[in-house]
Ligand binder design. Structure first.
Ligand code: 7PJ
Length: 257
């Protein structure tokens, strides 16, 4: 899964169009590089990020879906908002990636009414405050219980089990120790549903290596490969070409058991 962030362009005249155009061009590059899914996001959920209005997120995301829907690649939309989910799925998106695990009022229904896939992610708190004081008794058990509960809620709402992915939510209300505990026990989550892992360029990789965001390519590719080796079904990455190269080498040269 390749990450496509849609941010407003810095120019005030036609900025929106330029922002969408830039995202579409970037997305075509990721598809060429080997992405099977593109994850389009119009609202940053990075630690400390502030929410974006429904109208603003709609204006960012919809033109990009329209520009990509015939590109021959599955389209995922990274949103927590039911109105965006409805509009994105009507516009041709194939999947909803919700860091809030469809907990918003109307979110389960927005997905249940369609044939779309969904990723249910664990997050403690909300993006603008979640890294302030993450706390758990047993982080692996708590995250697994949460995800299992959200899968059951989704199934009860009418979403077929085979449409669902789960994600422990690296960096979403977790300190380095929590993230490492979850990563080491990744196989536990595959018992619940196929697992999506997003660690690309994240601060946990910076904490381990001392590298800035722009220098986290090798840590990111290494972590993606480890996630796949521990049973992840999907890895959400910025650096598609390099990740696909690593997977190719693993598939050609890795051990067959
Ligand atoms: C994730 C995500 C993740 C899923 C972001 C960033 C923050 N969706 N959206 N999993 N992270 N499913 O990429 O640094 O880990 S935005």
């Amino acid at each position: 899964m390749g990450i496509v962030n849609v941010t407003p362009d810095s120019f005030s005249d036609g900025g929106r169009y330029l922002g969408a155009q830039a995202a579409i061009e970037h997305a075509f590059g990721l598809k060429e590089a080997g992405a099977d899914i593109l994850d389009i996001g119009g609202e940053s959920t990075r630690p400390g990020a502030r929410p974006v209005s429904v109208g603003e997120e709609m204006d960012r995301v919809l033109p990009v879906i329209e520009g990509l829907r015939d590109a021959g690649v599955a389209l995922s939309v990274d949103s927590m908002k039911p109105a965006i989910m409805h509009a994105a799925l009507a516009a041709g998106a194939d999947m909803i990636n919700d860091v809030n695990a469809l907990r918003a009022e109307g979110a389960l229904e927005a997905v249940a009414d369609t044939a779309a896939g969904v990723c249910l992610m664990h997050m403690q708190g909300e993006p603008h405050t979640m890294q302030a004081r993450p706390h758990y008794g047993d982080v692996v058990a708590e995250v697994a219980d949460f995800l299992a509960d959200r899968v059951e809620a989704a199934v009860a709402a009418g979403i077929d089990r085979q449409r669902i992915l789960v994600d422990p939510g690296f960096g979403f209300g977790k300190d380095l120790g929590h993230n490492l505990a979850l990563f080491k026990r990744l196989r536990r989550f595959a018992d619940i549903a196929p697992v999506l892992v997003g660690v690309s360029r994240k601060s946990m990789l910076g904490a381990l290596t001392g590298r800035d965001t722009s220098e986290r390519l090798i840590p990111s590719v290494t972590a993606a490969l480890l996630a796949l080796q521990r049973g992840a079904a999907v890895v959400r990455v910025h650096d598609v070409r390099e990740t696909v190269d690593a997977i190719t080498i693993w598939q050609s040269m890795g051990e067959k058991d």
